[in-house]
Design a protein around this ligand. Structure first.
Ligand SMILES: [Zn+2]
Length: 298
């Protein structure tokens, strides 16, 4: 397969959903983290989504992030999408599109339904005109995302009828994120995933579903979510922990080390191991050509 550079995620996710595997979407932190994500995917011949939170963009800048990820994608033979995670600011979305992001998420889940729908449609028109994929959300996913906190028991499941109405005028939506009981961060108790609701939404809505709050779910929970239509599986919290623990682990092992590169290498290996584990867990290893539409196998 030739180098694919950056691609839009909608077609990848449609093929993944049809074949019932999940594409991992990791929240990158810096260049080392982005490299562990892209090279981890390449090592397993898997499609991958590198997603970025608004605060990470504000830290590094649009051009730096787009440049890193494009450069990494150019060096591998698997499809890589660059995605903006949870964003409610149209200006940030516009700037990501201009800088080379291939998809963006508009998160209007804090708004009343009608307003979320109207704002999502405005952003949809913007992304369609730019040839960029859009992820939109309804309901409230629990936990912390950037500085927004939704208590796990206050998380609101998406309403089935609202889901159907919401996506009706956005037929080319790349991925849809209805709240199905998962939460961001580490789970305090057992997550109560609404599999029946997920299955009903998947049956009614011809759009791949995003699973937010992937950190801490079991293999069985991943399997059931993917079997019921989730094609994009988000991992952020665990990656953040690997970023910190990988670095600190080198210091614990070699307290007198003064050369910084072994720290960065230790951090890279810790993050990459988790990327490999998750890609295997979601069934997307060996699926690069399939996701890219370069394989006859359905
Ligand atoms: Zn999320």
């Amino acid at each position: 397969m030739d180098t694919m550079a950056l691609v839009t995620m909608g077609p990848l996710l449609k093929r993944a959903q049809a074949a019932r595997y999940g594409i991992a979407a990791f929240n990158m932190i810096d260049y080392n983290s982005a490299r562990s994500i892209v090279e981890g995917a390449a090592a397993l011949d898997a499609p991958i989504i590198v997603q970025v939170s608004v605060k990470t963009i504000k830290h590094w800048g649009y051009k730096a992030i787009a440049g890193w990820v494009r450069m990494l994608a150019d060096d591998v033979d698997v499809p890589v999408a660059l995605h903006l995670d949870h964003c409610s600011d149209a200006d940030v979305i516009r700037r990501c599109i201009d800088a080379g992001w291939t998809s963006v998420m508009f998160d209007g889940s804090a708004l009343p339904f009608a307003e979320n729908r109207a704002r999502s449609q405005e952003i949809y028109r913007m992304t369609e005109a730019a040839g960029v994929g859009l992820e939109a959300e309804i309901g409230a996913i629990g936990g912390v995302e950037d500085d927004k906190f939704v208590a796990e028991d206050a998380a609101i499941l998406a309403d089935y009828d609202e889901c159907v109405a919401f996506v009706k005028d956005m037929p080319n939506l790349a991925v849809f994120a209805p709240a199905i009981g998962t939460a961001h961060g580490f789970y305090k108790g057992q997550p109560k995933i609404a599999y029946d609701l997920l299955a009903r939404i998947t049956a009614a809505v011809p759009i791949p579903i995003a699973l937010h709050g992937g950190t801490g779910l079991s293999q069985e929970q991943f399997d059931r979510c993917i079997a019921n239509g989730c094609a994009k599986v988000n991992i952020s919290t665990m990656h953040k922990h690997r970023f910190i623990e990988g670095f600190v682990g080198v210091r614990t092992e070699k307290p007198k080390l003064e050369e910084p590169l072994p720290f960065i290498a230790g951090q890279y290996e810790a993050m990459k191991k988790d990327v490999l584990d998750m890609i295997r867990a979601f069934g997307s290893a060996g699926r690069a050509a399939h996701a890219a539409g370069l394989e006859a196998r359905p």
